[in-house]
Design a protein around this ligand. Structure first.
Ligand code: FAD
Ligand code: UDP
Length: 364
């Protein structure tokens, strides 16, 4: 059997490419996936207590792109869900992103208007002519105290780096609000797939032109497969046998625990922003899906250096090392690189879908 495309990885990047190639161009596609399931890091499944959990941590879909939303809507119905996060500090819970409620509660203020909050930030913020890193981007908006309390230690735990060592885009993902809006995202479309992410991927990949082989590292089989082109969505340094050295990817150990009570905590996600707690955040899955059950499952996240690569660690050094790999990719005509690990970008799910749809259009 000869395939038009060999795709490495059955996450968003690999699966959306496969679906487009099969349905729009009638191409024969083989997906090789090293894990024992499809859906990449968005994989969800019922745990032994019957609770739908995200095996690789909380995945909340949000996008401003109508194109992305319409595209995914072919494979799933949706359930409305607007995400909120609370930060645990000194035994109290505060809204994150920092907003008027956060400031009023923390400092005993009574700001009523957005203007008052803006003026407050103006009085404590540090002027920066150039934003060089993740510390600059936060202190230049909300000042040092809020940075120390909500960002410094959480970031150190998550990345094992000080915020000043990380690209501004990392902490810059979190906005600052002047009003009482406690939503984590303000995107136009905020939904969870009604029957979960894995079911959505099953539908996306169910096509006669798409074959999926699980439990297989592509390097073990590549010499036995006949194909014209390849799309690679795994870690880029692995593809090139680490020829320039290892790129830093951050991993997480997820500790899942079930409690025989209706709910464990008062909110879907609580971030532990203090240094004396080892884990970064605790997610309670029933909140995402509105599932009703007598027991509840939560995951504690412990960030770690080794293990499955989940996050590209974005520093000046890692970005220039990535450039060296990126230059190598330009020498390869029959291989395209896509996705969070291969392009070494801190992409959300919708950004991957948008990237693939755009590149697919360029391809044809
Ligand atoms: P992946 O999902 O990583 O898929 C790559 C696939 O390639 C994997 O299945 C892997 O096993 C496979 N692979 C790798 N190497 C090989 C090999 N050698 N051979 C065969 N197969 C291989 N995004 C959001 O929009 N909202 C969120 O709330 C959100 N929360 C997140 C929380 C966590 C803890 C993490 C880690 C990510 C989160 N994301 C979130 C980001 C989201 O997971 C990614 O944007 C998306 O899954 C990336 O898709 P991908 O296809 O690029 O990569
Ligand atoms: N962050 C923080 N405190 C918080 C939330 C986020 O310091 O309460 C920083 C931290 O460095 C984190 C980054 O902002 O890694 C991005 O946060 P996000 O919630 O987007 O992380 P993800 O959901 O991708 O793990």
């Amino acid at each position: 059997m000869k395939y038009d495309y060999l795709i490495v990885g059955a996450g968003y990047a690999g699966s959306v490419f496969a679906e487009r190639l099969a349905t729009q161009l009638n191409k024969k596609v083989l997906i090789v996936e090293k894990r024992n399931h499809i859906a990449g890091n968005a994989y969800d499944e019922l745990d032994e207590y019957g609770i739908l959990v995200h095996r690789y941590g909380p995945h909340i879909f949000h996008t401003n792109s109508k194109e992305v939303f319409d595209y995914l809507s072919h494979f799933t119905e949706w359930q409305f869900y607007e995400h909120k996060v609370l930060a645990a500090l000194n035994g109290e819970l505060y809204p994150i992103p920092i907003n008027r409620i956060t400031v009023n509660k923390l400092y005993g203020k009574n700001f009523q208007t957005e203007e008052e909050v803006k003026n407050y930030f103006q009085s404590v913020r540090e002027e920066k002519t150039i934003i060089l890193n993740s510390e600059d981007i936060i202190v230049s908006q909300v000042g040092r105290d809020l940075f120390e309390k909500f960002f410094r230690h959480y970031t150190k735990k998550q990345w094992n780096l000080e915020p000043k060592e990380l690209s501004p885009s990392v902490c810059g993902r979190i906005p600052v609000r002047f009003n009482d809006d406690c939503r984590y995202f303000t995107d136009t479309y905020q939904f969870m797939p009604k029957d979960g992410y894995t079911k959505m991927f099953e539908k996306m990949l169910s096509h006669k032109n798409i074959e999926v082989v699980l439990n297989t590292d592509y390097k073990k089989v590549i010499n036995d497969i006949k194909f014209d082109k390849m799309i690679y969505t795994g870690p880029i340094d692995y593809f090139f046998d680490y020829m320039f050295g290892k790129l830093p990817y951050r991993s997480i150990r997820f500790e899942f625990r079930n409690f025989n009570q209706e709910y464990f905590q008062s909110n879907s996600v609580i971030n532990y922003v203090e240094p004396d707690v080892d884990f970064t955040r605790v997610s309670e899955y029933k909140y995402f899906t509105n599932q009703k059950a007598d027991s509840t499952t939560v995951s504690f996240e412990y960030s770690q250096k080794n293990g499955e690569p989940y996050y590209p660690v974005l520093t000046e050094q890692s970005k220039s090392l990535f450039k060296e790999y990126e230059n190598e990719t330009k020498k390869l005509r029959a291989v395209s690189f896509a996705g969070r690990l291969a392009t070494f970008k801190y992409y959300n799910m919708d950004q991957i879908v948008a990237y693939v749809l755009k590149n697919f259009n360029n391809l044809i």
